[in-house]
Write a protein that binds this ligand. Structure first.
Ligand SMILES: C[S@@+](CC[C@H](N)C(=O)[O-])C[C@H]1O[C@@H](n2cnc3c(N)ncnc32)[C@H](O)[C@@H]1O
Length: 306
């Protein structure tokens, strides 16, 4: 069964989820996503019944609030979306800018859903004052309310009653993790964010992140990290240091749309780091994987090439 998607979100791991799930334990007591975004990995796990509980956290408060509404009050958020969605009969562009202005005043997660559905490629953008400034996609009206309701109900039925949703800095979440938890981390794209990434609400520093992973090692907590990326010969972001003892899987994720636009044939390569205790439990060895063309079952398949 395909995992539902609550909203489009740039950087979502939905496509890579089947691969990432191979490197998580078959059964987990609780899965924690400190950088949840659209919660693609938790939803993929919930679709397969892999964890008893889920903890979704994102520093972006309206985003975490939206996840909470979708999971716990699906009817209410679907109805609200249907009320503010506009078709071509109205003036959808003017309407988008009005909703965006309201959102920047009140930070209402319900308004955020409309902006995510309607903005360019689901890619959130913030200015230096933290105001949402992404433009509307002029060619699309955003998910139709009937489809949106179906998606929201499907997400809710998977996660309601078995999730907690918070909006804190990832370090506070990791500090509360228990040895029986498994943590999946997909921090803001390290290569371009530095301290502040306009694509997300808050950036993180790589020194802090490495220190947090070191702490997880000391506390024997299992984790998987999606980190850095390479594009063609260029590499974005630093590799994680060897002393953390992680197993690295490099995944050729396909042609980058940015490179295609520039007329270059370059593959994006994503790194997946597995903690030592998890790699030894699942017998995971370092590898380089390549995505094959979609097969008949519509799933993505990956081949080991190294
Ligand atoms: C790459 S996205 C995660 C995408 C997610 N894996 C998905 O499939 O949609 C990174 C997320 O981290 C959040 N974030 C940024 N800084 C954070 C922090 N210090 N603590 C917790 N979350 C943070 C951002 O708001 C963003 O949603």
């Amino acid at each position: 069964m395909k995992a539902p998607q609550p909203f489009q979100y740039q950087g979502s791991k939905r496509i890579l989820a089947p691969l990432i799930l191979r490197y998580l334990p078959g059964k987990m007591k609780r899965l924690i996503e400190p950088f949840a975004g659209s919660a693609a990995i938790s939803l993929a796990c919930a679709t397969e019944g892999r964890a008893g509980e889920y903890w979704l956290n994102d520093y972006n408060q309206p985003l975490a609030g939206l996840l909470s509404l979708i999971i716990n009050r699906p009817e209410e958020i679907s109805e609200h979306y249907a009320r503010i969605w506009r078709d071509n009969d109205a003036d959808p562009l003017e309407h988008y800018y009005r909703v965006r202005e309201d959102f920047n005043c009140v930070r209402d997660p319900k308004l955020f859903l409309y902006l995510l559905a309607r903005c360019v490629k689901g890619s959130v953008r913030y200015n230096a004052d933290g105001l949402f400034n992404q433009s509307p996609d002029k060619r699309r009206l955003g998910t139709h309310p009937a489809t949106m309701k179906q998606n929201i109900m499907a997400v809710s039925s998977l996660l309601r009653g078995r999730s907690i949703i918070t909006s804190q800095d990832y370090r506070d979440i990791l500090a509360s993790a228990r040895p029986s938890d498994v943590v999946y981390m997909d921090p803001p794209y390290q290569g371009v964010c530095g301290e502040r990434d306009s694509r997300y609400y808050s950036g993180i520093t790589s020194d802090d992140f490495v220190a947090a992973l070191d702490q997880l090692n000391t506390r024997d907590i299992q984790y998987v990290v999606s980190y850095d990326g390479h594009l063609g010969a260029r590499s974005y972001g630093e590799q994680l240091p060897a002393y953390l003892g992680l197993t690295l899987l490099e995944v050729e994720a396909g042609r980058s749309s940015q490179a295609t636009l520039l007329g270059r044939d370059e593959q994006t390569v994503e790194s997946l780091y597995i903690s030592r205790n998890l790699a030894s439990e699942l017998n995971i060895k370092p590898a380089r994987l390549s995505r094959t063309a979609p097969l008949d079952d519509g799933q993505l398949h990956f081949l080991a090439i190294k």
